[in-house]
Design a protein around this ligand. Structure first.
Ligand code: 5GP
Ligand code: MG
Length: 185
C-alpha cells in the first residue's frame, strides 16, 4: 500500500503538531462556552481527524454525525454533494462546530451548514484539516484550517480513493496509474 503513494504532502509529524495547535485555537475560541459545544462531523473522511482532534480538546462537547457523499467510487471529480444521513443531537441554541476533512469546492460544507441551520443553533463555525485554497469559495467562512494544499487529489488520514487508503497516517498523492482513466469513463 505504501508503494502506491508517490509523494507525501503532509507528514505524520506535521499532522500531529498542527492538530494539537488547532485544538488549542478551538479551545481558546470557545473558552467562555460553559454548556459545551456540539461537534458535527462529516463522515467518512473526517473520522481520523475527528478522533485526534477531540482527544486534544479539553472542553465539554457532544458529537453528531452526518454522511455526505461527493466522490463516488473510482473518481477524483466531485459530482456535487448529496446528503445521505444524519445522527444529530439537539442543535437549538448550541454552538456548533462542523469538522470536515477537506474543503474543495465547498459544496459539502454549504449543504451541511444549510441543513444544520434548520436546527436553530446559536452559532456555526467550521474546522477543516485541509483546504484547496485556489478552489475554496471566498464566501464560505472556515474559521479553523489545518493546511492549505495545492489543487490535487490526496489520500490518507481518513481520505480515500475508491474506499481505500483511509488508514495511511499521512496525507499523500497516489501514483497516477492507479486512478481510473476518468476521461474515458
Ligand atoms: P467539496 O464538496 O468541498 O467539493 O468536497 C469536499 C469533499 O470531497 C470532502 O469532504 C472529501 O470527502 C472530498 N474530497 C475533496 N477533495 C478531495 C481529495 O483531494 N481527496 C479525497 N480523497 N477526497 C476529497
Ligand atoms: Mg468529506
Amino acid at each position: 500500500m505504501l508503494d502506491d503513494v508517490v509523494r507525501v504532502v503532509v507528514s505524520e509529524r506535521q499532522i500531529e503538531a498542527r492538530v494539537a495547535a488547532m485544538a488549542d485555537e478551538i479551545a481558546f475560541f470557545y473558552a467562555d462556552n460553559q454548556e459545551g459545544i456540539t461537534i458535527i462531523t462529516i463522515l467518512t473522511g473526517s473520522l481520523v481527524f475527528l478522533a485526534d482532534l477531540i482527544r486534544r480538546l479539553p472542553i465539554r462537547m457532544r458529537v453528531g454525525l452526518v454522511t455526505v457523499s461527493s466522490y463516488a467510487g473510482k473518481t477524483t471529480e466531485s459530482c456535487g454533494a448529496l446528503f445521505e444521513s444524519a445522527i444529530l443531537p439537539d442543535l437549538c441554541n448550541r454552538d456548533v462546530l462542523i469538522v470536515d476533512d477537506i474543503l474543495d469546492t465547498g459544496g459539502t460544507l454549504r449543504l451541511v451548514r444549510d441543513r444544520l441551520q434548520t436546527g436553530s443553533p446559536r452559532s456555526i463555525r467550521t474546522a477543516v484539516m485541509l483546504r484547496k485554497k485556489e478552489k475554496a469559495p471566498a464566501d464560505l467562512p472556515v474559521e479553523f484550517v489545518g493546511f492549505d494544499i495545492e489543487d490535487e487529489f490526496v489520500v490518507g488520514y481518513g481520505l480515500d480513493y475508491d474506499g481505500l487508503y483511509r488508514n495511511l497516517p499521512y496525507i499523500g498523492v497516489l501514483k497516477s496509474e492507479l486512478y481510473a482513466t476518468e476521461s474515458m469513463t
